[in-house]
Design a protein around this ligand. Structure first.
Ligand SMILES: [Zn+2]
Length: 608
């Protein structure tokens, strides 16, 4: 806030003799915060999907606010925007399926309605004899339910043909188990691990979408799955079934009972060539990062930066995953007022407050994009930090802070420094929240990136609600009075951090429950996958203190390429491979450390 504004408020207060200047100031902050939330959550910004025009408009707006308060681009930079690239989706670049008869004659199919690559396919070519492998389902032994579509089949160097979905007529319990392993990525992994070089998916006549190709799905993975995989329509599949001499309807009917002993079969007399072409669409998202330089010399100040931040991206129209919109709200703008226009406005309010105060440290203010797609922006920042991470005294994050109810405010990641509880208690004397402190820094928000990077951090949160990830998360539902108080409390914390000669010491918190993997995983390995990576294998963004991975000698930067005999080319393979491990039973892990191939043994623990 600038001086003139304060003066006017002072005069207004004096003239009416009803409110103190402070109260007027709070009102002004509230109205500015409200304007910011309403602007960010407006239809114009279209839900601020990472990489979209709406995201760019939101970044422009945030930058205009930062400029107004006198914040600057980081030292050595000329722009507030810090771009990062990510895979926003994939499309078919022309996939073909050729069926060649031993007796002579070949038919080639092409065109997206007839043959289409699966989004995770390698862009490559595979030729081989054909094996029909039922639904292509393999249920891990650990599930105590024997089902293996490949039992008795030899598929090495072959092209497997599998049905989409899972047996249609099985009882509910069986369906529930099979459904878990019916994901096409899992089917691809099962095929690849049995030596198949290609996979053709068909939608059976007894299934929904009968005879149609599988639409290419949204998939942020940058690497392929190590297999050539496509779906074929009934037209493209007809010559294969003709060679088999069977009716697909009859074959599917037999499988649909869920009887695990219905066998697949080799298709005689033909060779199939599958050429898949997947174009992965790279897009650019933009973090917005600024700072307010210290106003006094930094001599003798350890860790001269204090950072605050919030993600400003949201789900757009909810078409790329993460939306919880009801059927009647599909494709509508997800306004993201609480998630996370509220946190964005709070970080702006803190910057605004400090723009008019002496500062003994630099204040870094960050607005992340890509959070909803998997912490992409903050991960890119800590991967290539524009200021050394060990010069950050602390990072304070705000994600969904606009729905205070019953005066309750949750502060998470307090275990990252022993000084947090006391510091928060002191700052809260003025704010007066009923604070709920949670030590766990492994939260599904950008604080996770900083915890992994070893920075003492906190994240503020006012709780989940009915409108979470729905179009109805709108600006009119925000509790502005209390939202401003969240900013005041956090400013009190920032003030203490700025004024203290010592910076908080980072404490590594042991992770009790693993986040980021598939829900329901019963194993705990203590690995922190780097979701933004494009390497072949699983790049570790870190390991959890005291967890099995750390005990196995794994460390940040290692690339896991095999677990328990399962080759790992990407994060999906990894989550599936975890299903095959057993608690307390050592598993061989092969990984790359730099260019060196290493081997270790990891013993998974039970999740608590
Ligand atoms: Zn969200």
């Amino acid at each position: 806030m600038n001086k003139t504004f304060r003066l006017i408020l002072g005069i207004v207060g004096a003239a009416f003799l009803v409110a103190t200047p402070q109260a007027q100031t709070a009102t002004a902050v509230q109205s500015r915060t409200k304007t910011q939330v309403e602007t960010l959550a407006s239809d114009k910004f279209e839900g601020r999907l990472t990489g979209s025009p709406g995201e760019k408009l939101a970044a422009d707006y945030i930058i205009s606010e930062l400029k107004r308060m006198g914040a600057k681009p980081l030292p050595g930079m000329t722009d507030f925007r810090m771009p990062f690239t990510f895979t926003a989706g994939s499309k078919d670049g022309g996939t073909t399926l050729t069926v060649t008869k031993d007796a002579g004659g070949a038919q080639t199919f092409t065109g997206a309605a007839t043959v289409q690559a699966l989004s995770f396919s390698d862009t490559s070519e595979a030729t081989g004899r054909v094996v029909f492998a039922g639904y292509g389902l393999v249920v891990p032994e650990a599930q105590n339910f024997g089902y293996d579509s490949y039992a008795g089949l030899e598929v090495k160097d072959k092209i497997v043909v599998v049905l989409r979905y899972f047996p249609e007529d099985a009882d509910q319990k069986t369906r529930a188990i099979l459904a878990r392993y019916a994901d096409l990525r899992y089917k691809a992994q099962a095929a690849r691990q049995r030596g198949a070089t290609g996979m053709v998916v068909i939608t059976g006549p007894r299934s929904p979408n009968s005879g149609a190709v599988v639409p290419m799905s949204f998939d942020t993975a940058i690497a392929g799955s190590g297999l050539v995989a496509a779906s074929a329509s009934s037209e493209a599949f007809a010559p294969i079934m003709a060679a088999a001499g069977k009716s697909l309807e009859d074959v599917q009917k037999e499988l649909d009972g869920g009887n695990p002993h219905v066998a697949g079969f080799a298709v005689p007399g033909i060779t199939v060539t599958l050429k898949a072409n997947v174009i992965r669409q790279q897009q650019t998202g933009n973090n917005v990062v600024a700072y307010l330089p210290a106003t006094t010399p930094l001599t003798g100040v350890t860790k001269p930066w204090v950072a605050v931040g919030a993600h400003y991206d949201h789900l757009g129209r909810g078409t790329t995953g993460g939306s919880l919109a009801g059927k009647d709200e599909l494709n509508q703008i997800h306004h993201g007022a609480d998630d996370n226009a509220s946190g964005t406005a709070t970080a702006l309010a803190i910057a605004e407050a400090f723009s008019a105060q002496p500062r003994k440290r630099h204040l870094l203010v960050a607005f992340w994009s890509g959070e909803e797609l998997g912490l992409l922006g903050s991960a890119a920042f800590v991967a290539k930090p524009p200021v050394p991470l060990d010069s950050l005294a602390a990072y304070l994050n705000f994600d969904m802070v606009g729905r205070v109810a019953d005066n309750k405010l949750t502060v998470q990641a307090t275990g990252t420094s022993t000084m947090w509880p006391k510091l928060l208690e002191q700052a809260n004397i003025a704010a007066g929240f009923d604070l709920v402190l949670q030590e766990d820094p492994y939260q599904p928000t950008d604080v996770g990136s900083f915890n992994t990077a070893g920075v003492a951090c906190l994240t503020f949160f006012t709780g989940a609600h009915q409108e979470y990830h729905k179009p109805s998360d709108t600006a009119d539902k925000i509790n502005y009075e209390d939202l401003v108080r969240v900013g005041e409390l956090a400013s009190g914390v920032v003030k203490r951090l700025m004024d203290s000669a010592e910076a908080p010491l980072f404490t590594k918190v042991e992770q009790k429950t693993e986040t980021g993997g598939r829900a329901g995983l019963r194993l705990f390995t203590g690995t922190i996958p780097d979701y933004a990576s494009d390497v072949k294998g699983l790049l570790l963004g870190g390991v959890i203190g005291g967890g099995p991975a750390e005990q196995a000698g794994l460390a940040k930067g290692d690339v896991v390429i095999e677990i328990a005999g399962q080759s790992i080319t990407n994060i999906y393979d990894y989550t599936f491979a975890l299903e095959l491990l057993k608690i307390g039973q050592p598993a061989k892990v092969i990984y790359m450390r730099g260019s060196e191939k290493r081997e270790t043994s990891l013993t998974p623990a039970a999740r608590k």
